[in-house]
Design a protein around this ligand. Structure first.
Ligand SMILES: Cc1ncc(COP(=O)(O)O)c(C=O)c1O
Length: 395
């Protein structure tokens, strides 16, 4: 099976980890500091604070901006649940707004109507490696005095008008094994706010600045030097690996240009880092995924059940009407995308996709668009804002 993702681990990482192991200094130390400095410079911010993972990075930001029960944070449901969970960890409430049907990112036009006197922050998720509309989001946040927290966990190096993801507000990154850059598990907060950065460094270290002097409530959210050593090798390779992801995406784009499916788009002024390469194949999605897996292609669905439809979220009364999110959950699939994907492997993926799309969406299709099971409450292809897959030009 060609996997959906495969970490790019080579001799550099092995040598770097070995060196740390041999040094005997395994926990947070000078490698973490080096990685933080390198990441801050790369993103173009004054502070990067390493964390144990991306969820902790988000939790630490939400704690650091002082969220409390009763506060609201506007975000999306079309994301990994950690975004909403981190908000909930402070006792605050995630308020879900819908996404754009073509970018799968927060629909900034819908943010203002979700603002209430309790709104404290907006948390766009730069899903799949594309930055949300930060012009609109920053303008809305400034107008209403809201904090911007970017979930950039999938967007290492993606830009919006030349500025990096994670530099528009307080940013959270994940360094999980399948991310564009990894430390196995790890994360960063990025910020230009010196006071918040200082608070975060103490918070992640049990509330200690000086040894055994606990100046505030804190926890262990630290990264290890072992992880940071991997991260330094990965950071050096990130530009090359991002370029390779773009090359793979361009080859998919060219191969699928004539098929009646939706391809990823990159709006003007942005650069995509293709954490995922996502197709909109309409109501035949589940049949196509089954065919791809049969053909040895590890296609996957991000995300099959949106956060607002998860039981623990609904039990908290956080349901929302999000037709475009429901559509995305029912219609999309992601293809293998990682720097080490060979041309031969990609040819196999392309042949499998082309065959499955012709079978299920071509003139002699046996599965009609809209016939596949939908996400609960959703009718694929019939929701406002959704486009029927059969009519979609390549984008
Ligand atoms: C959008 C998004 N938010 C948050 C996270 C959480 O990151 P981690 O898995 O490192 O805790 C991830 C990654 O898994 C993610 O993709």
């Amino acid at each position: 099976m060609i996997p959906i993702a495969r970490p790019d681990i080579g001799q550099e990482e092995i040598a770097a980890v070995t060196e740390v192991l041999q040094s005997g200094m395994l926990a947070q130390g000078k490698r973490v500091k080096e990685l933080e400095d390198g990441w801050a410079e790369y993103v173009g911010v004054t502070h990067a604070i390493a964390m144990g993972n991306g969820t902790l990075a988000l939790m630490a930001i939400f704690a650091g901006i002082g969220l409390e029960p009763g506060d609201e944070v506007i975000t999306v449901s079309h994301t990994f649940a950690a975004t909403a969970n981190a908000i909930l960890s402070t006792g605050a409430t995630p308020v879900f707004v819908d996404i754009e049907p073509d970018t799968y990112l927060i629909d900034a036009k819908k943010i203002e109507q979700a603002i209430t006197p309790r709104t404290r922050a907006i948390c766009p998720v730069h899903l799949f490696g594309l930055v949300a509309d930060m012009d609109m989001i920053r303008a809305i946040a400034d107008r209403h005095g809201l904090v911007v927290v970017e979930d950039a966990c999938q967007a290492h190096g993606a830009t919006f008008r030349g500025r990096m993801a994670g530099s528009f507000g307080h940013g959270a990154f994940s360094l999980y094994a399948t991310k564009n850059m990894t430390t196995a598990e790890g994360g960063f907060v990025t910020t230009n706010d010196g006071a918040l950065a200082d608070w975060l460094r103490v918070y992640r270290n049990q509330g200690m600045r000086a040894r055994y002097q606990f100046e505030m409530l804190g926890f262990n959210f630290r990264m290890t030097d072992l992880a940071a050593a991997i991260g330094l090798a990965q950071l050096a390779k990130l530009p090359r690996n991002t370029a390779r992801r773009r090359e793979i995406a361009a080859r998919y784009d060219a191969a699928f240009g004539e098929l009646p499916i939706g391809l990823p788009i990159t709006p003007d002024g942005r650069t995509h880092v293709f954490h995922q390469y996502t197709l909109d194949v309409g109501g035949a999605r589940d049949a196509i995924v089954a065919d791809l897996r049969e053909a040895g292609v590890g296609a996957d669905i991000y995300y099959p059940i949106p956060v607002h439809r998860q039981r623990y979220i609904m039990e908290r009364g956080l349901h929302a009407e999000l037709p475009v999110t429901d559509d995305a959950a029912a219609r999309t699939l992601a293809l293998p995308m990682f720097p080490g994907l060979t041309d031969a492997e990609q040819d196999q993926v392309i042949a499998a996709v082309t065959g499955a799309v012709e079978r299920h969406l071509g003139p002699n299709a046996t599965v009609a668009v809209g016939a596949a099971p939908a996400a609960p409450g959703s009718a694929p292809g019939t929701q406002p804002g959704a486009q029927p897959a059969a009519g979609i030009a390549a984008r």
